[in-house]
Write a new protein. Structure first.
Length: 336
């Protein structure tokens, strides 16, 4: 089939889509053509069908899967995802994009395999955990550097339990939270950082049962004044640490959104589960459309998907202006 292009066959009809992934979503998919299964990843910004330009991050227009290889052609080249997770393509507007796959000769295949295997040699500043990638693209490397900058040894989210209806449901919530956190570390080849993760959970039904995020924020603000010295050592300061500027508020609705979804083994990155992220101090302001007509106390929390708490959200929220960029007005759930 050398030189012959076949229309890519998919499991979904990309011509009849009705909804989009949220901005910034990473969507993995597997396409089949001839004898090869071709794995691609799409990084969605916004959707042309919704009135704004849809873009897909571009990468090398080559891929190798096992002993099969091919070339992706079309409006954009697609990067390779090492361990793809199949998601519903029908949820993504891709009707504006057309892709083809051409099988290549054995010689081309050998050259492509050699090229992919040697990619680490072309990385200017490789990660020690994932040498095939720049270190800035490994979230664990970034978090490790942040800890060094702050002089801290402990990291992780502070969690406020704001529902006490069922202890077994809370235990299941924590199991799922730990699963996804460890999955993220494993995916970044960073299980060495697991011992330094601390799950600080505040449980007090008298103070926090059905508590509003603003109540949690008040308690968290007081706790963060002395916690760095107690946790990180004498003389330590909050610095820019995410641990001391953000915390998680988990009420009954958030808890049920997590445990009511599929088990973690399904690896549904776009599942319905979320937690409330509470911000102590907003750095970088907020968009006017996110504040207009809303009480000030409502500005300091939003919903984020729990599957990405570690490491993606933790790394993302280090940046000044991250609240400005990532904030979504509830009940919308922010996802990365």
């Amino acid at each position: 089939m050398s030189g012959a292009a076949e229309k890519v066959k998919t499991n979904g009809d990309i011509k009849n889509t009705t909804t989009c992934w949220p901005e910034g979503s990473t969507v993995a998919w597997a396409w089949a053509c001839a004898n090869a299964t071709l794995h691609v990843t799409l990084l969605v910004t916004t959707c042309r069908y919704c009135g704004t330009a849809a873009e897909v991050i571009q990468s090398l227009p080559t891929l190798v899967v096992g002993t099969k290889s091919g070339r992706v052609e079309g409006t954009a080249a697609l990067p390779i995802f090492d361990r793809p997770k199949t998601l519903g393509l029908e949820k993504l507007h891709l009707a504006v994009l057309t892709y083809y796959v051409a099988m290549v000769t054995d010689a081309d295949r050998a050259n492509l395999i050699a090229y992919v295997r040697s990619r680490a040699q072309r990385v200017k500043n490789p990660s020690r955990r994932t040498p095939e990638r720049e270190t800035v693209f490994n979230d664990a490397d970034n978090v490790e550097r942040q800890l060094q900058e702050d002089g801290h040894k402990i990291w992780g989210w502070v969690i406020y339990r704001c529902t006490y209806a069922n202890d077994e449901e809370w235990a299941e919530f924590m199991v799922r939270l730990r699963y996804w956190n460890e999955y993220a570390l494993r995916s970044s080849n960073a299980l060495d950082m697991l011992p330094s993760v601390d799950y600080q959970v505040f449980e007090n039904p008298d103070l926090f049962d059905n508590a509003h995020p603003s109540t949690v924020r008040e308690h968290f603000t007081q706790w963060a004044m002395t916690a760095p010295q107690q946790e990180q050592g004498e003389g330590a300061y909050p610095m820019r640490s995410q641990r001391y500027n953000y915390c998680l508020h988990v009420d009954q609705e958030a808890l049920l959104s997590v445990i009511g979804g599929p088990p973690p083994s399904v690896l549904n990155f776009m599942g319905p589960g979320y937690v409330n992220l509470v911000c102590k101090t907003i750095m970088g302001g907020m968009r006017p459309e996110h504040t207009f007509g809303r009480a000030v106390q409502e500005h300091y929390f939003m919903r984020i998907n729990y599957q990405s708490l570690m490491l993606h959200w933790y790394n993302q929220l280090r940046r000044e202006g991250s609240w400005f960029n990532e904030y979504r007005v509830p009940p919308e759930v922010a996802r990365i």
